[in-house]
Write a protein that binds this ligand. Structure first.
Ligand code: ZN
Length: 441
């Protein structure tokens, strides 16, 4: 398993500026026309070059996008970042002014950011906290870090400035609502990263091209979510429902927004260097992934996963074709969209609180219109027992059957499965306590 928590801030690891320096120094050391005394002096100043402890990324890490990546070697090449790389990505004077995310950060604030990255590879990484640490750039910062860590820029010649501008623009297109905000998108994206890092075998056959598509879909999957839900949009003849004929209106809207509002501009179109075939595949796959976040696809995807599990028998599942890899990516994204039950309890409770606040606001509108609203949207029923029972029922009946099917096939949720157990036990204790109180009365 990747040890993601250890992959930041190792002072001996590469960074983009350091990489350039090392390449230059290596050339000088190998150049017999340079006086020996000078080369000796250099090796004394930079002993880590001499003894090889300074990691220099090899050309083997540059993967042809048309070949399957052996993720065994990929694991060892998961890019590790030090503080100078992070400084380059977020504060560098080499970037245009509008792309410097941490322009006004004090040294203490910057250090806080570096320190918190120790948790980046764990489910304790709280995107609400990261939102505050990054001065409300949780999605852009997470997206950039993940692309760097999975080494996705170089193989596809993605321009760094264009990508950072894409990440910021995408983030700005999320509305500042309670649940379906840029924080939720960052959380879903982060969970995809966590799953890839936690998988023992099955996800190794995803290519770097697959990862570009998966991470982009995760980051964009709820962009411009209006904080109103499918039935509401349809019953109110909302333009989103009318545009997409009531068919997965929100999911179609998010996918369309990504391509028509964000990737349509030269300044943010980070896939501009892709071949025409790759552009087409990117568009088809990202749309398919985003549409799959509609809950109505849970059962058909689950049925396919169970069939694959049966076909595999006792051997480890490895997707063998693009269709199966897309199915795996869908499974990861659909799980990530519902991942909060796998997080520590504090994150779970805060997240569900935000979801309810958002749903109550829709309920307020419906009540003001004189409609009868589902209790999920009715803030008047807001008591601990009812909301706990609703969350418990949704998780046990809808979320867990899907997530456990994915985990059984892909073995990719690590210690999140333990969190599920303790979270359910916590809810059960509340429900049991409430039942006991009722019986006493
Ligand atoms: Zn979502």
């Amino acid at each position: 398993m990747y040890n993601c928590s250890q992959t930041f801030l190792n002072p001996t690891q590469q960074s983009l500026p350091v990489h350039r320096l090392v390449s230059t120094l290596s050339r000088i050391l190998d150049d017999s026309s340079v006086p020996l005394s000078f080369r000796k002096e250099l090796t004394e100043i930079f002993p880590s070059i001499l003894d090889g402890s300074l990691h220099i990324p090899s050309q083997q890490n540059v993967v042809n996008e048309n070949t399957l990546v052996d993720r065994t070697s990929d694991r060892t090449s998961l890019v590790q970042l030090d503080s100078s790389t992070l400084h380059f990505l977020f504060s560098s004077v080499e970037l245009p002014d509008d792309l410097v995310l941490f322009r006004d950060f004090s040294p203490e604030h910057t250090q806080m950011f570096y320190d918190y990255l120790q948790f980046f590879g764990t489910l304790a990484f709280d995107l609400h906290k990261f939102d505050s640490i990054t001065n409300h750039h949780p999605l852009a910062a997470t997206l950039i870090l993940i692309f760097v860590q999975h080494d996705l820029f170089q193989p596809f010649q993605i321009d760094l400035s264009t990508f950072i501008r894409f990440a910021i623009t995408l983030e700005q297109n999320y509305l500042p609502i309670e649940y379906h905000s840029a924080i939720h998108a960052a959380d879903v994206l982060h969970f995809c990263h966590f799953s890839l890092c936690s998988s023992s075998q099955s996800l190794r056959s995803l290519t770097k091209r697959d990862l570009v598509m998966l991470f982009t879909a995760a980051a964009a999957h709820d962009v411009q979510h209006p904080g109103r839900y499918r039935e509401f949009l349809i019953s109110h003849s909302h333009p989103i429902a009318l545009t997409y004929n009531d068919i997965s209106p929100l999911e179609n809207f998010h996918a369309s927004t990504l391509f028509t509002k964000i990737l349509s501009s030269k300044e943010t179109n980070f896939i501009d260097n892709f071949s025409p075939e790759d552009k087409l595949l990117f568009r088809q796959t990202v749309i398919e992934l985003i549409l799959a976040t509609d809950l109505k696809y849970h059962q058909p995807v689950r049925t396919r996963l169970e069939l694959l599990r049966t076909q595999c028998g006792s051997s480890v599942f490895q997707p063998k074709c693009q269709d199966e890899r897309v199915l795996v990516m869908k499974s990861l994204l659909m799980s990530a969209d519902l991942n909060v039950i796998l997080r520590p309890r504090s994150i779970l409770l805060a997240t569900y609180h935000n979801l309810y606040v958002e749903m109550y606001k829709q309920g307020d509108v419906e009540i003001a219109e004189g409609q009868v609203v589902d209790s999920m949207y009715d803030r008047k029923k807001d008591d601990v027992h009812t909301t706990t029972l609703q969350m418990y029922t949704f998780v046990t009946k809808v979320v867990l059957p899907f997530i456990m099917t994915v985990h059984t096939l892909l073995d990719c949720f690590g210690d999140g499965i333990m969190n599920v157990q303790t979270n359910l036990e916590y809810w059960e204790s509340i429900l049991n306590e409430e039942s006991a109180n009722v019986q006493k009365q």
